[in-house]
Design a protein around this ligand. Sequence first.
Ligand code: ZN
Length: 308
Amino acid sequence: MVTRLYTHPIYLDHLTPPGHPERPDRLRAIERVLEDERFAPLDRQEAPCGDEAAILYAHPQAHLDKVRAAIPHEGLVRIDADTSASPKSWQAALTAIGAANAAVDDVFSGAAGNVFVAARPPGHHAEKTRAMGFCFFNTAAIAARHAQRRHGAERVAIVDWDVHHGNGTQDVFWDDPSVLYCSTHQMPLYPGTGGKDETGAGNIVNAPLSAGDGGDAFKDAFRTCILPALDAFHPDLIIVSAGFDAHYRDPLAELELTEQDFDWATAELMDSAARLAGNRLVSLLEGGYDLHGLAFSVAAHVARLMKG
Ligand code: ZN
């Protein structure tokens, strides 16, 4: 089964202020590491531009209109304290959605066994009506709804191992038991949500970790919370919100994961996808701000996906 990779040069044109951690160099670092010979079998595809209507799967028209109106003709504008837009940000965000939805199409059609989407801006902090935390639209949430609308998926699971809680994804699916949202993240940390007691309609599983926790605590969260929840839910598709900022080198958080831990978690989710979801697994880049930690982690993640 082939592993497909979607990326696009437009992702480099979404600009952020100097010194901002969510920067184009993140994707350059990923591109460089994936140039290695061992990634030659990857099926590399240029991401298609998304359909604006797909934004409405997870957001009201007013949010779409507000973000579009905020995009500058030149320079940068701040959308919130840490979220900026540049002239090409709209097209980049739309192409991130296009890639995620194409990845869903691929795993349902059998064109790919699994897919990694190397896109920016990320999406998991975008709430139904609010851009925040470097995110405009919730790409993972839109892709989950796309699977339900286009491919008849009844149940979609989103597993989010970004070090920050995906408040946006939780917000979109808070009262929707057709989507399971599972997250491990450092707590307390931005954005402040993600407590164990936040359970939505019984479809939200938060497994918060503490500063200083490493691979053992991360694996324990998977073994005791996330993997059993996946088994009980029996999804038709697993979407990974794959942030790599829980890596020990990352400057934005204090978890101590290594690339081997991401390799382990990838293998576990591939096993779940094989048993429960016809192997269908789509992985979407979220955070990860140390360029070396990000590159090593993505390499471990993608190399494992290719063993599927
Ligand atoms: Zn993050």
